[in-house]
Design a protein around this ligand. Sequence first.
Ligand SMILES: [Zn+2]
Length: 88
Amino acid sequence: MTRIPAIFDESDLERRLLRKGSERRQALDPHCSDCGRTPLAGEVISVFGQRPVCALCRGAHPGEPSAQETVRHVEHGVSVRRALPRVA
Ligand SMILES: [Zn+2]
């Protein structure tokens, strides 16, 4: 019986998967276009044109933003909730 040679050892695979997941999550998280900070959950992001700006950098932009969004928790929309029992 031929044995398939291991290309990666187990710790390399874990590190690669962790890095891949972390990079994917960072790409999806909103970032401030001024300071690069990832806003906290519940913080309001103001959008000027196509540029999202965090609450700390908001003062550097005069005028009204074109949109404002509240940053949601990372589990928003993907978490599982317990259904309430039906009352007959
Ligand atoms: Zn900022």
